[in-house]
Ligand binder design. Structure first.
Ligand code: KG4
Ligand code: ZN
Length: 348
């Protein structure tokens, strides 16, 4: 069965056609990165308008690449939360209209569930397993007991890991998004140069990355005072580091702190739940050090780790179509007239 997936929760307009939850026939993603870059982050109103402009073209391309037409589609899956409400509404309204016009079943999908299912597109993986979802908006540890059956073990109490990357990227003058830029610089740096704090929250599976971000900010302020002998303008949101600062070392040291916490807490949660399988997803999964460390340390601990390829780590609609297929198999249907976008939709 072919499922049409639609994803517009943040700043990527995406449509995909996927067969039986696993075989990608098309996977089209239009990024709004250039639009938001000059503002240093996603501007919600601009994002909604850009989704509106892009969605007809993206859908057309998804059908063309898959050599399919609406008659070939068995169901439509759409992200209905969590995310930016205006952005979500574009995808949800489009999916509702298509479902109504073509008389196709509609399934609302949680974006985090989509990130978990991104792994199903390249490898065979069956629940139960533990899932780490690390994106711009979320850092969550979820026990996937069965298809569609979730128990949230922990989540971020403040900044998500990707958000911390983006904010530190801004502090380092690297622009938006900070994640890929810090990752690139970190590969050339020495992670032992600066000992940034590791926020483990040892008695909980929750995460907290805002203190780490603040530690980088204070490190930069101290360095700038030392080098120039004068105080910095504290009102400035972004402090491009003086050239004498080892930006590569700062990036590597920050990255090591984030990755240490993500890897250690995930493996601890796998051991506690005894599922022996770790399935990761979300934009930060594209990170070079995280991918390497997860593979190495999971292998040492006798845990199987599933990491999506980079093009499926960041937001896409193939993962939504895959999640939609499995929901469909379980008999889930959303009402094509009343399905709504929910900005803080919980995984249930
Ligand atoms: O899943 P995603 O595409 O969108 C959300 O659902 O938020 O994740 C985007 C996040 C951004 O914060 C971005 O900086 C981060 O993923 N990211 C990375 C890397 N590539 C993307 N973070 C660290 N290293 C990367 N290579
Ligand atoms: Zn995402």
């Amino acid at each position: 069965m072919l499922v049409l997936g639609i994803e517009t929760s943040c700043d990527e307009t995406a449509a995909a056609i996927v067969e039986d939850g696993r075989k990608i026939h098309s996977n089209i993603v239009a990024s709004q990165l250039r639009l938001h870059k000059k503002f240093g982050g996603v501007v919600p109103e601009l994002a909604s308008r850009a989704h509106l402009r892009a969605i007809p073209l993206i859908l057309k391309e998804a059908y063309q690449v898959a050599k399919a037409s609406p008659e070939d589609i068995g169901a439509i899956a759409v992200t209905n939360g969590p995310g930016l409400i205006g952005s979500l509404l574009v995808g949800v309204s489009t999916a509702k209209a298509l479902s109504y016009v073509h008389n196709l079943p509609l399934i609302g999908i949680n974006h985090l569930e989509g990130h978990i299912y991104s792994n199903f597109l390249t490898r065979v993986v069956h629940p139960p397993f533990l899932s780490l979802i690390v994106s711009g908006g979320h850092t969550s540890l979820v026990l996937v007991k069965d298809y569609g059956k979730y128990e949230l073990l922990g989540a971020t109490r403040d900044d998500a890991a990707g958000e911390a990357y983006d904010k530190v990227g801004k502090l380092l003058g690297l622009g938006y998004p900070g994640g890929p830029a810090i990752d690139r610089l970190a590969q050339k740096g020495d992670s032992r140069k600066i000992k940034f704090p590791r926020p483990y929250l040892p008695h909980s599976f929750d995460f907290s990355f805002s203190g780490l971000k603040t530690a980088v900010l204070y490190y930069l302020k101290r360095q700038a005072v030392d080098d120039k002998g004068g105080p910095l303008n504290r009102d400035s949101g972004s402090i491009p580091p003086p050239t004498s600062l080892p930006v590569t070392d700062i990036a590597a040291s920050f990255q090591a702190a984030v990755v240490d916490v993500l890897v250690k807490k995930s493996l601890k949660a796998v051991n506690k739940t005894k599922v022996k399988k770790l399935v990761v997803g979300g934009g930060v999964t594209a990170n070079t050090t995280l991918r390497r460390r997860l593979k190495e340390e999971a292998a040492e601990a006798g845990i199987r780790v599933y990491i999506p390829p980079r093009y499926l780590s960041t937001d896409n609609a193939a993962m939504i179509a895959s999640a939609g297929y499995y929901r469909f198999q379980q008999g889930c249907r959303s009402d094509s007239l009343t399905l709504n976008a929910v900005a803080d939709l919980k995984l249930s």
